[in-house]
Design a binder for this molecule. Structure first.
Ligand code: PMP
Length: 383
């Protein structure tokens, strides 16, 4: 067929399915707002759940870090890119979460790919929640091991898969808070099943860390479980970017030998680590921010209750409105934009077929009247 024809056919297919993805450049914002084509929009699509991306102490720490250490790490961690700043922050993270070790990665996607690729062998299997993030499912699909998905948040379904004997090892994979639905995993039940079958449990708490649990310590602390592998990402409540994998000492050493995304990739800049350190302080001390966010969540859910819209079972910053068909979700997002409200329509394959949605997200950076503006628009368009 030839490259050009193949690419043209793929693009035509995306269009036909109302699944064409576009990036729209904006002129930045502050978690609460963004400006596009000179017009300000209220932003209900970001992951900056506590508004820390614009926290003065976090910005100052990054600036000071850049002045002290430059803007780039200058090499991978195994060469020259790993500094005492990195080491101190890893130790602080590990201590905070009660693990012997933490390893920094430049993104959550890289962390998940690296961990699964390093750990899994051909006779192993991954048992993953059906709604796990693409970075987890893709890593499992590309691994030499088998992948089976279990019904969303269904510990009994996981148990049935675990009953089947296997010669290798089993890794159970789930999220603390699901990225597209905002609901929480039953971590205690999943951890008990995994432990009963000598399987390891990996929890990706990208959307729970900073938002739930005492002092924002996340889903695992909130539910009283300690998975074998805990993945935290820093592009959400931390307001920065990057990720960490928390684990025992031997596993950390093993990852340092085998995790290719660490070994062959430039390390996170030390200045960014300085910003993350300040963000961690703000996050731990951020009860007032969390309270504000949770007030917004209650205000939003109460306000939507009377509308013919399907709300997800979510107590977190992610409050999707399930619309169904792709085009209907796109149309509703477009009409909200006309009213100065920025929301993204999320379509398959990111979410299951027939469940296209507006993935609304709330942040402590919003003001109460921003939530009211959103509710008024939804009542006008859907009421
Ligand atoms: N895990 C989950 C659950 C996510 O939602 C995301 C990103 N949205 C990632 C991992 C990837 O993290 P990052 O953006 O740091 O690559």
């Amino acid at each position: 067929m030839g490259w050009q024809q193949r690419i043209a056919a793929a693009l035509a297919e995306q269009h036909a399915a109302a699944a064409y993805r576009r990036r729209v450049p904006n002129r930045g914002g502050n978690g609460r707002q963004l400006v596009q084509n000179g017009r300000p929009y209220l932003n209900f699509s970001g992951n900056d759940y506590l508004g820390l991306s614009h926290h003065p102490a976090v910005i100052a720490a990054w600036q000071q870090g850049a002045a002290d250490y430059g803007v780039g790490a200058g090499g991978s961690g195994h060469v020259t890119g790993y500094s005492e700043v990195h080491q101190r922050f890893e130790q602080r993270l590990a201590g905070w979460q009660g693990y012997p070790r933490a390893l920094l990665f430049i993104s959550g996607f890289a962390a998940n790919q690296a961990v699964l690729a390093a750990l899994l062998q051909a006779d192993d299997r991954v048992l993953a929640d059906k709604l796990s993030h693409a970075s987890l499912l893709e890593a499992a699909l590309h691994a030499p091991s088998g992948l089976r998905r279990f019904a969303h948040n269904d510990a009994a379904a996981l148990a049935r898969l675990l009953e089947k004997p296997i010669s290798g090892e089993t890794l159970v994979v789930t999220e603390g808070v699901f990225s597209m639905d905002g609901d929480a995993a039953p971590l205690k039940a999943l951890a008990a099943e995994a432990a009963a079958h000598n399987a390891w449990l990996l929890v990706d708490d990208a959307h729970g860390i900073g938002v739930v649990g005492e002092q924002g310590a996340g889903s695992c602390r909130q539910q009283g479980v300690r998975p074998d592998l805990l993945v935290l990402t820093f592009g959400k409540a931390f307001g920065v970017s990057g990720a960490a994998v928390l684990c025992d000492d031997a596993t950390a050493e093993f990852l340092l030998q085998r995790a290719r995304h660490l070994i062959y990739s430039t390390a996170m800049p030390a200045a960014q680590v300085c910003a993350l350190d300040a963000a961690l302080t703000a996050l731990i001390e951020g009860d007032a921010l969390r309270e504000r966010l949770h007030q917004h969540i209650r205000r939003f859910r109460d306000g939507v209750a009377g509308l013919p819209l399907q709300l997800a079972d979510s107590a977190t910053a992610i409050q999707p409105l399930i619309v169904g068909e792709n085009q209907a979700a796109l149309d509703l997002a477009a009409r909200l934009r006309e009213r100065g409200i920025w929301v993204s329509a999320i379509r398959p394959p990111t979410v299951p077929p027939g469940s296209a949605r507006l993935r609304l997200t709330l942040t402590a950076a919003h003001r109460p009247d921003d939530i009211d503006t959103l509710l008024e628009a939804l009542h006008a368009l859907c009421g």
